[in-house]
Design a protein around this ligand. Structure first.
Ligand code: PLP
Length: 401
């Protein structure tokens, strides 16, 4: 069929999967090998220690599954909980909703605190619920650190303080799928008991690795954790991982990619990665302001540095912006999910990207909006983001002098 080819690079600006750097793609281009060979642990054993640095934990234990992030969600709960256990969860977007549904399918009883979409976990309400739970029936608190559906980041440290202030022993379960390796995440300092992530966002890999990290308290809770599980059982990994092996065939190519991704993160420096994400997100937000549009995130304290969810004006459909951007400009933007379907589009600004790449996405979003009749001034978002980035450049110059 003629005319079907889209020349040039696809501008991938969904909030995951993210762009995979060429060097990571090359690192995965390897011949298959025996995952039980004496050489295999040379690849695998360092990965656990290096991932601990990404989670910022010394005492935690890392588990790598061949799954997407959803598998890691399942592993976190089924290894440490028993059917009928009560969990407290904040719900403020599609991913917090889906994790709750997964917990329920495993027979866990979830007390849901609904928060307005565009806001996040409410530490005061969490503390109140835990204080009221005098007999400590609530076994865990579930929080999605970065709600990818709405572009909202919650304050996990504040949730830990709320649990402690209530003097409650509940464990803290955190979804870091769209935060870990992009936003500052401190497993030990924040007293997170199980943190999970997936490979296709901040780790700059294809989807296919679900990674969980469990604290000592979480490992001890495995004694009572008799939810049904097989593939995701930590125990089988604990028996094989220390020697560099897996209980089943691992995703060998992704492990090669992971090693390279960790090198990439080390070379930039994790703290610099966070600063870059903050700078890029600031540019995206400057563009949104210049367009006269609003983010789904209600207040600056909720703003996510990895994804911006941008509300389209009443009478317009966000899906039309996304379809136009894709068809005319080869730009992939993120869709509005569930409650916010049609009301917004998302620009993912996480993983391997820089200012000029993001300016391309902003330019494309601007054109697509104008194409469907949204009255944004062409160039206004690009100029605002440029000014934001130049401001950063000037500051860097001052620092260098
Ligand atoms: N949690 C969050 C915050 C996510 O953004 C996603 C996916 O985008 C998931 C969980 C589910 O992860 P996966 O699609 O890798 O199973």
């Amino acid at each position: 069929m003629s005319g079907a080819r889209k020349p040039g690079r696809n501008f991938l600006f969904v909030p995951g999967p993210t762009n995979v750097p060429d060097r990571i793609l090359r690192a995965m281009h390897v011949a298959m090998e025996d995952h039980r060979s004496p050489d295999f642990p040379k690849l695998t054993r360092p990965l656990y220690e290096r991932l601990k640095a990404v989670f910022k934990t010394e005492e935690g234990q890392v588990f790598i599954f061949s799954s997407s992030g959803t598998g890691a969600w399942e592993a976190a709960l089924t290894n440490t909980r028993a059917p009928g256990d009560k969990l407290l969860a904040s719900r403020f977007g599609q991913f917090s909703h889906l994790w709750i549904e997964l917990a329920r399918r495993h027979g866990l009883e979830v007390i849901v605190q609904d928060e307005e979409w565009g806001t996040g976990a409410n530490p005061e309400r969490i503390e109140e619920a835990l204080r009221a739970d005098k007999t400590h029936e609530i076994k865990g608190v579930m929080v999605v650190h970065n709600e990818t559906a709405t572009g909202v980041t919650s304050d996990v440290a504040a949730v830990r303080r709320a649990i402690d202030a209530a003097g409650h022993p509940a464990m803290l379960y955190v979804d870091g799928v769209s935060s870990i390796a992009s936003l500052d995440f401190r497993m030990d300092e924040w007293g997170v008991d199980v943190a999970i992530t997936g490979s296709q966002k901040g780790l700059m890999l294809p989807a296919g690795l679900g990674i969980a990290c469990a604290s000592k308290k979480a490992l001890a809770a495995m004694k009572q954790g008799n939810c049904r599980r097989a593939y995701f059982d930590f125990t089988d990994h604990m028996a094989t991982n220390p020697n560099g092996y897996f209980p089943y065939t691992p995703a060998v190519t992704l492990l090669h990619g992971l090693r390279e991704a960790l090198d990439v993160l080390d070379e930039e420096g994790l703290e610099n990665v966070f600063v870059r994400h903050h700078r890029l997100a600031g540019g995206a937000r400057a563009a949104v302001r210049a367009w006269g549009l609003k983010l789904c995130a209600k207040e600056p304290k909720w703003y996510s540095d990895t994804v911006s969810a941008i509300m389209v004006p009443p009478g317009f459909n966000g899906a039309d912006v996304i379809a136009t951007a894709y068809q005319r400009y080869n730009l992939a933007l993120g869709a509005g999910l569930s409650q916010v379907a049609g009301k917004l589009f998302r620009i993912g600004h996480l993983g391997d990207l820089n200012e000029l790449m993001l300016l391309g996405a902003i330019a494309g979003a601007e054109m697509a909006m104008r194409d469907i009749g949204i009255e944004v001034e062409l160039g206004s978002g690009v100029a605002a983001a440029q000014a934001h980035f130049r401001g950063g450049a000037e500051l860097r110059q001052v620092a260098a002098e």
